[in-house]
Structures are given as C-alpha cells and as structure tokens.
Design a protein around this ligand. Structure first.
Ligand SMILES: [Zn+2]
Length: 530
C-alpha cells in the first residue's frame, strides 16, 4: 500500500482538503463530521470517557444533539471502514478517496479548537473571538512549513474512534494555554493585527501546532497501517495514478465575497433533451409475470464503436411512476453520455415496492432472475457482481437496497435517493400496503423491513453486503427515516455513505443528485474493459 500512497502523495495532500469543499455542497450530514464539542457529553474535557461505540453513544446523546455536538471520531471510523472494504476488494481509487477523507478528519481531530465547545474562544471571559482562525489558519501559515515537521512511526491501537477520542483529549488540554497566550499577546500589542501580537503569540502557539501536526501524522499512519492489515495486506502491483475526478463533485474554494461556482456543472436543457433521444425501449418478456415488461435502456455513446464490456446500473423509479421517468424527467442521458456505463430502467408494474407479492406478482424475482440474465445476454456487460449496481428514488430507493441486500452476490453496490428506508416499520400506510398484500397485510408489512437483511449480512465483525449509498433532502418527508437508517448502520458498524442535501421530494432534487449516485457507482463498480 505504501507504493499506492507514495505514487499519489501530491494528489493525497490536495485531496485531503476535499471534505471542506464537500461541506460546501451543503450536505447537512457533513458539517458535524469535522469536530467534537467534548464538554457537551457530560465528562468535562475528558474526551476519552466518551463511549467509543456508537451504540453506547446513543444512550447519552440523541441524533439531533450529535448534529450540534460533532461526530468526528465516528466519521473517521466510518471512512476507515470504507477504506478497509475498498482495499480488501482491490478498488484502489476508492481506497485513496477514503484515505484522503480519513486524513482530513484525523487532522481536524488534532486541532485543539475542533475539540471544544469553546471552539472560537466565544465562551471565555472575556471572549477571545477569532482565536480559531488565528491559531489554525494564521499561526500555521506564518510559522510552519512541511519541512519543519518530523516524520514519526505509525502510532495507535484500538478502533479508529478510540484513537480519535484520544487525540481529542490531548487537543483540548492545549486550549487554556492558547486562550491565555492570545489574551496576553493582544493585551500587550493592543490588538491582534500587529506584528507585536504575533511576536508574543507565536512562541506559545508554534510548538503546540508542531506537536499536534506531528501527532496527527503518526496517528494517521497508524490508521492507514491498521486498514491495510484489516484488509488482508493487499498489494497493488501497479498502483493507479489518481486524478481529481475520483473525488465527488464539489465547488472549488473562492475568496470571501466572491460568488462560488454552482455545486455541480450546469448542463443546458437543450443538451439534456437531445441526449434523451439515445434511450431505447426494450420490450422484455417475463415468463414469471406472463407479460411484457417495458424497460428503458441507455447505452454509452461509445457502445457501438467499442468492443468493451460495461458495468450496468439498474435504476428504479418511484411510486406512481414508470420506467420512462428517469430518462424523461432528469438529465441522466446527458450526464452519462461519455461515461462507460449501461443504465437499465425497468418498470415496477405499479406501486409494487419491487417485492414478490400477491398483489403485484413476483417483481423482485422477475428483476433478478429474468431481467439481469437477459441484459447480460443481450448487451456487452461485465456479467459479474462487481459489474452491477442498483439504485432508485423513493419507492425505488427502498427497492434497490432490498434487492441488493437479498442478492449480495448479484449486486456490488446499492444506492437510495430519498428512499422509503423505513418501509415495514411503524404502521403500514393504508391502501398502499393493502394493494401489495391484500391478506395478512400487517404481518407482510413487518416482514418487509430492511433491518433483518442488514443484520444478516453483518457477520464476524465484517460486512458481507453491497456498498451502500443513501441521500435525502433536508425538507423531504422521508428524511427522518433516512436519519434513523444512519443511526442503525452506525450502531451495527456497517460502512455506508450518507448525505443530506438541501431540497425536497421532487425531480429537482433527483436530477441533481443522480450525479452523486453515478459517481458513487463509478468508485464502486469495475471499469469497462475489453
Ligand atoms: Zn474540516
């Protein structure tokens, strides 16, 4: 793995700031991943007493509280696990993306002002507002270069969250010293703007900053080493050279006062409209259903001129929709024109929730046992697990996860946009559920929960299921069930990717975020090959 990291040293240094850019996408789940307000947990400044296991954490803080408290130790743990999965499956590019994210979270956790409720000196008496930037930004810029830092041996033991909690405890103990040095220097210099201020502040701040940076380096190296060992010490023979497009799209930093670029590149409506014409309608005969099921297919532009085999993403529509929705209502065709992926959009035959049921017939079996083999036969696909992903919106988000969790040998990745991930929990929605299961509705409803499928695939402290992505709009009526899913996955220790963007349950949202899902699939699936 050392070769992989060394070959991409410059990329990694650059990419390690990416999580702050991603935060600007306005992912509401991202901001709390960068800090921990230690004092809010009830153990004073002793972060090491905060439970490292997420399940225990749930007993003392609610999900909403954690959004304000910060979750950097568990964010680090989650990306560490994503890195382990990627290394184990020899998906080197994704391993590097997770390595970059991990380095960011580890770095943040070592900054004293990321470890305390008094993160900007605002709680000190008198307040020392601006200390965050004076220490983390200006002091570092003024006084430290990379060459000043000593490389150390990889360090640390235990889980990633245990290691990060230790880092937080060390960091927060430097806060009083820094606040006092800042106060004294400002008092002497008559403010914080002059050279006189820095002459007094830096002799205290600089050694602390050097110590924290060096500790972060050793701890990060320890986590990389542990990830590599946990993945079975894989060796990338010829490590790939990383490029920026392996990182999810996020706006570049712009100086304060300037308008930031749009979070995702703008694609004109005319281009979307003309790209749509590429879609084909595949009439597909299902023996199980005894009828033809319409399927919309989008082949890559290069398909006819190439001899490559392509990965396939099955894309499911929502309730009261049909197979034509994704192509007609989003810019999918334009977004994927130059991507080497085949998109297959089957029809759910009504609000079937993609299950085998009395009301709608064997929809799940039709998709997995009939459609997948038919697609593999008809098109040049990568006809293997790593060549297949499944995604969907709302009802289709649930369907995608359910099908992939039921058939982990068929699909390597599953993504849910605004998914009905709480399906099967609470009371069954009247009408909807009865049409699927005209009899024994309550029992069948309960049996359709995702939880047992997730638990079943988490055995021996390892996840044996597909890579999971889910996202939801913050104003979506399904956002609570998506948040509950995050709690469940974090509690079980299942690696996942979750984002909560601005937006609601509508096509504006899906048109934007299908691009994030496609990016996720690219990182997760095998590339097209000859
Ligand atoms: Zn950060």
């Amino acid at each position: 793995m050392r070769g992989l990291l060394e070959k991409n040293r410059a990329w990694l240094a650059d990419a390690s700031s990416h999580p702050d850019r991603w935060r600007n996408r306005v992912d509401h789940a991202e901001a709390p991943r960068h800090f921990l307000d230690t004092e809010r947990f009830g153990f004073g400044t002793d972060a090491a007493r905060i439970p490292a296991a997420y399940t225990e954490l749930e007993r003392i803080r609610t999900y909403d509280q954690l959004r304000t408290d910060g979750v950097v130790p568990w964010a680090a743990e989650r990306v560490w696990k994503l890195m382990v999965s990627a290394l184990r499956e020899r998906r080197w590019e994704d391993a590097m993306v997770q390595a970059a994210y991990l380095s960011h979270y580890v770095g943040d956790a070592h900054v004293p002002f990321h470890a305390t409720e008094n993160y900007d000196g605002q709680l000190s008496t008198p307040p020392r507002r601006g200390i965050h930037r004076r220490f983390e930004g200006l002091a570092l810029e003024r006084s430290i270069s990379l060459a000043d830092l000593r490389a150390g041996r990889p360090e640390g033991k235990g889980t990633a969250s245990e290691r990060i909690l230790l880092a937080i405890r060390e960091g927060i103990s430097d806060v009083p010293t820094l606040i006092e040095a800042d106060r004294a220097a400002a008092a002497d210099a008559g403010g914080t703007d002059s050279d006189a201020y820095w002459e007094k502040f830096l002799p205290v701040a600089r050694p602390i900053a050097v110590r924290r940076l060096e500790a972060a380096g050793r701890r990060l190296a320890g986590l990389y080493e542990a990830a590599w060992k946990a993945a079975g010490r894989p060796r990338p023979g010829n490590p790939p050279e990383m490029t920026d497009d392996w990182l999810p799209a996020a706006p570049a930093f712009v100086p304060r006062g300037q308008t930031p670029p749009p979070p995702l590149p703008v694609v004109p409506d005319e281009l979307k409209a003309s790209a749509r014409l590429r879609a084909k309608l595949l009439p597909f005969w299902s023996a199980r259903l005894g009828r033809t099921v319409p399927v919309t297919v989008l082949l890559p532009e290069s398909y006819d001129s190439s001899r490559k085999r392509y990965p396939v993403v099955y894309l499911l529509h929502g309730a009261s929709g049909d197979h034509s929705d994704w192509n007609a209502k989003s810019g999918l065709a334009a977004y994927t024109a130059n991507q080497e992926v085949i998109l297959v959009m089957p029809d759910a035959q009504g609000d079937s929730f993609y299950t085998d049921s009395v009301g709608f017939g064997p929809i799940e079996s039709m998709l997995v046992r009939e459609l997948v083999p038919a697609i593999d036969e008809r098109y040049r696909t990568l006809a293997k697990r790593e060549g297949r992903g499944i995604a969907g919106l709302s009802m289709g988000g649930y369907g995608a996860w359910r099908i992939a969790l039921n058939h982990p040998r068929t699909f390597a990745a599953a993504a849910s946009l605004s998914g009905a991930l709480g399906w099967g929990e609470g009371t069954a929605p009247a009408g909807l559920a009865e049409r699927i299961w005209p009899s024994e509705t309550a029992r069948e409803w309960e049996r359709s929960r995702l939880a047992p499928l997730l638990e079943n695939l988490y055995r021996g402290k390892a996840w044996h299921g597909p890579s999971l992505w889910f996202d939801c709009g913050k104003d979506d009526y399904l956002v609570d069930s998506n948040r509950r899913m995050e709690v469940r996955l974090a509690g079980l220790g299942i690696p996942y990717e979750f984002a909560e963007f601005d937006g609601a349950h509508d096509w504006k949202y899906w048109d934007a975020h299908i691009r994030d899902v496609l990016h996720f699939m690219r990182r997760r699936l095998a590339p097209a090959t000859l």
